[in-house]
Design a protein around this ligand. Structure first.
Ligand SMILES: NC(=O)c1ccc[n+]([C@@H]2O[C@H](COP(=O)([O-])OP(=O)(O)OC[C@H]3O[C@@H](n4cnc5c(N)ncnc54)[C@H](OP(=O)(O)O)[C@@H]3O)[C@@H](O)[C@H]2O)c1
Length: 137
C-alpha cells in the first residue's frame, strides 16, 4: 500500500496518550505539527523534543472561542494543515446529574460538538484540500 506523507498535521489532545504518540509518529515521518490541548507547558515540552517544526496552540476545545481559534488555524492559507487528527476526548462513568453531570456535559462538548459541530475545521474543507484527509479516532 502506498504510504501518504503529510506535510503538516494538527493534532488535538496532543499533550498525552494517543495524541502524543500520534505526534511522535508523524514527526518521525517528517510531518510538521500543530499541537493542541489545554496544558501549554506539556505541549511546549513535546514540541521541543521533536525534530520537525512544531507550533503550540493551547486551547480548551469545550470553549467556543478557543475552538474557533483552532478552526481558524486549520483554515489558514499560510502554512496550511493537510491532516487533522481530531483526537482530544474524555470518558467518564457516573450519574448525569450532580457533580458528574458537569463531566457528562463536557464529554458531549468535547467528544461530540467539537468534532461534528463547529469542528476545527468543517470536515469538507479538509477533504477538499488537494492533499486533505480525515482519520477516525
Ligand atoms: N485509551 C483508550 O483505550 C481509548 C479507547 C477508545 C477511545 N479513546 C479515545 O481516544 C482519544 C485519546 O485517548 P487517550 O487515552 O490518549 O486520552 P488521554 O491520555 O486522557 O489524553 C486526552 C488528551 O485530550 C486532551 N484534552 C482533554 N480535554 C480537553 C479539552 N477540553 N480541550 C482540549 N484538549 C483536551 C488532553 O490534554 P489537556 O489535559 O492538556 O487538555 C490530552 O492531551 C480520546 O478521544 C478517547 O476517548 C481512547
Amino acid at each position: 500500500m502506498k504510504r501518504v506523507t503529510w506535510r503538516r498535521a494538527l493534532v488535538t489532545g496532543a499533550s498525552a496518550g494517543i495524541g502524543k504518540a500520534m505526534v511522535q509518529e508523524l514527526a518521525r515521518h517528517g510531518t510538521e505539527l500543530v499541537l493542541v490541548a489545554r496544558n501549554a507547558d506539556r505541549l511546549e515540552r513535546i514540541a521541543g523534543s521533536l525534530e520537525v517544526p512544531a507550533e503550540v496552540l493551547p486551547a480548551d476545545l469545550c470553549d467556543r472561542t478557543q475552538l474557533d481559534a483552532v478552526a481558524r488555524r486549520c483554515a489558514a492559507a499560510d502554512d496550511p494543515i493537510d491532516l487533522l487528527v481530531n483526537n482530544a476526548g474524555i470518558w467518564s462513568f457516573g450519574a448525569l446529574i450532580g457533580p458528574s453531570g458537569d463531566v457528562a456535559e463536557k464529554m458531549v462538548a468535547l467528544n461530540v460538538a467539537a468534532v461534528v459541530g463547529r469542528s476545527p475545521p468543517p470536515p469538507g474543507q479538509i477533504v477538499a484540500h488537494p492533499r486533505g484527509g480525515l482519520r477516525k479516532k
